[in-house]
Design a protein around this ligand. Structure first.
Ligand code: MN
Length: 335
């Protein structure tokens, strides 16, 4: 259940805003985009000028989301005015990839200047709640689920478009209702969204069943690299920069690849390393049971959930591998 005093304060601030920027994180996923677009529809229906702004264009696989065509890429222009910025699905401004200028407001006509109100809606356990008016609650499986709670609390109508966006958030962040965060409340909320008209078939088709040739090319490279450590308790996949570029893959198309490593019986921690640029390696972790990989991710400046986390290291892939495996070995206490 949401903290209703905080939630009411957030709702009041949103509904009185003259302009709201909604931002998710870099490498947008179904939750960050679905939650942003869901809240975007809700606010616009309420008459609040709202804009979804990102550092990058919407990945192709999410272009089916209603409203995705209205997402503004910062480098191509910004709205005239805003006084509230909502940061979703992450807890620090750097993860949005947006410039600090968005956190100041300026109305040239009215000679108004000042700070914006920052609202942070997030469900990551590693979020310390330091960003603005923070509603951080790890008991939610997705930020999209928090947006549904907000809509209910504010008595805003969940249209089919809102429902499709929030269902996308909930389905993708629960691995299509397979991860351990799939609670009874999650399924009840999913049912509400279906009854409100969510286009479930479109979500499954675009977010689960769609595999581009580029993604399959990458998967071939990743599977070829599969190795095991710690007597098979750790399964590792690597995607070197050369594979990344030769397959021509978009960031969002990486979703789900690590599940192949986690699938190997005996695996307690799965690690996927990908060289997104020469000298920069992104690392994803998945774990089974009580092995908390968010601790490892945080130790390298990242974050996440106990069973799913990630970080980015300013190192070539081989050095990044050595560094994170040393930390993973500590978690599992294997030499
Ligand atoms: Mn999320």
């Amino acid at each position: 259940m949401p903290n209703s005093t905080l939630l009411d304060t957030i709702i009041a601030r949103l509904c009185s805003a003259r302009g709201v920027l909604l931002v998710g994180h870099l490498a947008a996923d179904g939750d960050s985009l679905g939650a942003c677009l869901g809240l975007w529809h809700l606010l616009r229906a309420r008459g609040v000028p709202a804009y979804v702004v990102g550092a990058e264009k919407v990945p192709a696989r999410f272009s089916f989301l209603p409203g995705s065509g209205s997402v503004i890429v910062e480098s191509t222009g910004l709205p005239d005015y805003w006084d509230v910025v909502v940061v979703m699905d992450c807890g620090d401004w750097d993860r949005t990839g947006l410039s600090d200028a968005l956190l100041r407001r300026e109305d040239k006509n009215l000679q108004l200047r000042g700070e914006v109100t920052i609202i942070n809606i997030d469900h990551h356990q590693t979020n310390r709640g330091l960003l603005g008016m923070a509603w951080v609650d790890p008991s939610y499986a997705a930020v999209g689920q928090q947006v549904l709670a907000l809509a209910e609390q504010a008595d805003l109508r969940v249209t089919p478009d809102v429902a499709t966006c929030l269902y996308t958030a909930l389905a993708t962040d629960t691995g299509f209702f397979r991860h351990s965060n799939t609670t009874g409340a999650v399924l009840r909320d999913a049912a509400k969204l279906l009854e409100a008209g969510a286009d479930m078939r479109a979500v499954v088709e675009h977010c689960l069943q769609r595999k581009t040739l580029a993604e399959l090319c990458l998967l071939r490279g990743a599977l070829a690299s599969l190795t095991q450590e710690c007597d098979g308790r750790v399964t590792v996949m690597e995607i070197p920069f050369t594979v990344f570029t030769s397959c021509g893959v978009e960031e969002a198309e990486m979703e789900g690849m690590i599940d192949y490593a986690r699938a190997v019986p005996g695996t307690q921690i799965a690690v996927l390393l990908r060289a997104v640029q020469a000298g920069i390696t992104k690392v994803s972790f998945r774990s089974r049971g009580n092995n908390d990989v968010s601790v490892v991710a945080v130790s390298f400046g990242g974050g996440g959930h106990p069973n799913a986390a990630g970080c980015t290291l300013p190192l070539p892939i081989s050095d990044a591998r050595a560094a994170v495996l040393a930390a993973v070995r500590q978690v599992l206490a294997c030499g």
